[in-house]
Design a protein around this ligand. Structure first.
Ligand SMILES: Cc1cc2nc3c(=O)[nH]c(=O)nc-3n(C[C@H](O)[C@H](O)[C@H](O)COP(=O)(O)OP(=O)(O)OC[C@H]3O[C@@H](n4cnc5c(N)ncnc54)[C@H](O)[C@@H]3O)c2cc1C
Length: 385
């Protein structure tokens, strides 16, 4: 073995976030094929204090708007701040940091296979083998073949637009706006992230089993921009699009022995919202802590998680058409303190807070979904013996 302590396969958001937290003395090989598309994305998330990439944050908002189903409110979200980190700024920040880390080697290449054994793992990259005691994988996503779970896609297209007139308020982000035509096949909403009075990212988002055509996303964006922003004429400065899995199907913790999955490959996309950034940061912190305390990266036990369970119930509600997603989110904001809702969505709430929040949803609908989820989990447990 010898040359590397760790290999990180996939130097995207999760891989680089982990590299940033590994012990300074560790010899690390970072491998990525450098997809240009990774630059064309933005990460939005909320947190109550400064994060590790604070210097690269593009914009911060202290207030958010939520619109739809008779709700049109602006909320103060202190102690949280809603933040946007652009892909290109994150990679530039990491590039500068990597230049001062001689113990980290960056290798451009295509990861073909990751193999593990009892005392180490091998990454096959363009025909060459690289070995280390541990590999962290965000490059090869597991094929999800198990049946009996709830799976949807969050898919979206966004434009950074420039308005000729000063129409945006850069102090408030629109977290969710459901005032866009809802279809039987899924929940649709729009985010608006203004950077200044003239410029904003407007993102048309759908939770549904199948993607739309490019023309349909464009039509949704144009319709929203005309109807809600009152803009017929505008310039499109940038375009982003993406697909994030929303599923309660289990993501294996390990790709192979000594190959730990991280980021989306490690199931870090939250099933009910698609938010992945903060969950990946927490996973990176857990791995670093585990290494410090035990010398192994995998000490954290992935047992029952009530947030995952509540996400399953919510996915059941959506997939069975028991209630529109727009109704669920607007009811949460109407009936609870917005800060409490954000805490819940970021999995920071305690069981009592969750229970209080659950009493404010449509109880018959969620009880029926919860019973079905429990039934299917019992059947799965019995079938596995
Ligand atoms: C457009 C977009 C916007 C998003 N916005 C948000 C948001 O606002 N908030 C949020 O919380 N989440 C968001 N997400 C979800 C999630 O945070 C991102 O997808 C995030 O980039 C996932 O991190 P990752 O490290 O798992 O994957 P990636 O960041 O995609 O990294 C994977 C890396 O692996 C490399 N790779 C893949 N295959 C190979 C291979 N065979 N060999 C070598 N290298 C390989 C790729 O080049 C890439 O660099 C968004 C996703 C998209 C697509």
């Amino acid at each position: 073995m010898g040359e590397y302590d760790f290999i990180i396969a996939g130097a995207g958001m999760a891989g680089l976030s982990l590299a940033y937290r590994l012990p300074e003395s560790a010899k690390v090989l970072l491998i990525d094929r450098d997809d240009a598309a990774r630059l064309e994305r933005t990460w939005c998330f909320w947190e109550a204090s400064a994060g590790p990439f604070e210097a690269a944050i593009h914009h911060r908002w202290n207030d958010i708007f939520v619109h739809g189903n008779g709700l049109s409110e602006r909320y103060k979200i202190a102690p949280y701040t809603y933040k946007m980190l652009r892909g290109r700024d994150f990679y530039a920040f990491m590039q500068r940091w990597l230049e001062g880390q001689p113990q980290i080697t960056v290798q451009r290449g295509n990861v073909q296979r990751l193999e593990g054994g009892p005392d180490g793992a091998t990454a096959w990259v363009d025909g060459a083998a690289f070995r280390a005691p541990w590999i962290f994988n965000s490059a090869l996503r597991p094929a999800q073949t198990e049946t009996g779970f709830h799976s949807l896609l969050q898919h979206f297209k966004g434009w950074v637009i420039r308005s000729p007139s000063a129409i945006f308020d850069a102090t408030a982000a629109t977290f969710m706006d459901f005032r866009t035509a809802q279809q039987a096949t899924g929940t649709r909403f729009v985010y608006v992230m203004p950077f200044d009075a003239h410029t904003a990212l407007v993102e048309y988002t759908v939770f549904s089993p199948a993607l739309l055509t490019d023309l349909e996303y464009d039509a949704g964006l144009r319709e929203y921009i005309a109807a809600q922003l009152g803009l017929e004429e505008f310039e499109i400065l940038e375009v982003e699009s993406g697909v994030i899995p929303m599923t309660d199907a289990p993501f294996p913790r390990f790709h192979a022995p000594h190959v730990l999955n991280i980021g989306i490959a490690g199931g870090r996309a939250k099933a009910s919202t698609g938010y992945t950034f903060q969950r990946s940061q927490r996973q990176a912190e857990q791995i670093a802590k585990s290494l410090l305390e035990t010398g192994r990266p995998d000490a954290a036990h992935a047992g029952f998680n009530r947030h995952d369970w509540m996400d399953s119930v919510y996915l059941n509600v959506l997939l069975k058409g028991r209630e529109a997603g727009s109704r669920f989110f607007t009811d949460l904001f109407k009936r609870n303190d917005a800060v409490q809702v954000l805490k819940f969505l970021d999995e920071g709430s305690n069981p009592l807070e969750d229970l209080r929040l659950m009493t404010t949803v449509n109880i018959p609908v969620f009880t029926a979904a919860a019973l079905e989820v429990i039934g299917s989990q019992v059947r799965q447990a019995l079938s596995k013996g």
